[in-house]
Design a protein around this ligand. Sequence first.
Ligand code: AMP
Length: 284
Amino acid sequence: MDLAMDVIDSPARMRELTDTLRQPASPLGLVPTMGALHEGPLSLIRRSVSECAATVVSIFINPAQFGPGEDLESYPRTFHKDLEICRQEGVAAVYAPVAGEMYANGFDTWVEVPSLASGLCGPYRPGHFRGVATVVVKLFSACRPDRAYFGEKDYQQLVLIRRMAGDLDMGVEIVACPTVRDADGLAMSSRNVNLRGEERERSLSLSRGLFRARRLLAGGEGSAAALIQAAREELDKVRAEVDYVEVVDAETLAPLETVEAPCRMMMAAKIGSTHLIDNILLEP
Ligand code: AMP
């Protein structure tokens, strides 16, 4: 347990601190989060702490990535508990900037990666990925990490950030971490606390669909349409409101018709009023 953990709320102070945290030849790790930490982001934090000389965790509920009518106000907030978790995990500093300062009056610079933002969740969440890309650039500018850790749970976000970091020569290695699931298969998410009563059970249809598609593939079915149909059946059984189920290229996210190389099955569905996403690696 490291009692000396710093909690920083301004980009200027964060930059000063990273100067002191950075050591020659030892990477500085950043784990961007929106707080309400659970085993998902915790796995990223543990990996960074084990691989890097120092780890910064950012906790920022980024208003720019929430659309009108999305759950910005009701998004779970557990800041003091999050700080305690970071302290116990040996995090060197928590960067928790204030929204009003991150987007001060006149803020007018946005980062977009249109080819990766336009499909999958893109049409359902207009502006979401531009909000994500922009805040990640701001977090990278303040923390200047050598490595940044992102979860495969948010796979579209992960590939988009990786492309952005490469395209903009940011010098940050993007490290992908596997999806952490509950014992019954549900991908952990801070939004899972909103699942009420039988919604928790119905939400298992996402992972069931993905695993069913994977089994079908292992049995020799390589047609994306057939795999998608099998996954959709699980969602339909519980009357989930399906946004999409797609088989896509692992890097370009372009839809595929057959599985001939490692790729990704991606899905999003609404259970009650909770939007859930999940995805899985498909390997022929
Ligand atoms: P969030 O606070 O929801 O933005 O999540 C912070 C980071 O944790 C992101 O990189 C997420 O992709 C990652 N993450 C969230 N849930 C999981 C999970 N179940 N498994 C792995 N990573 C996750």
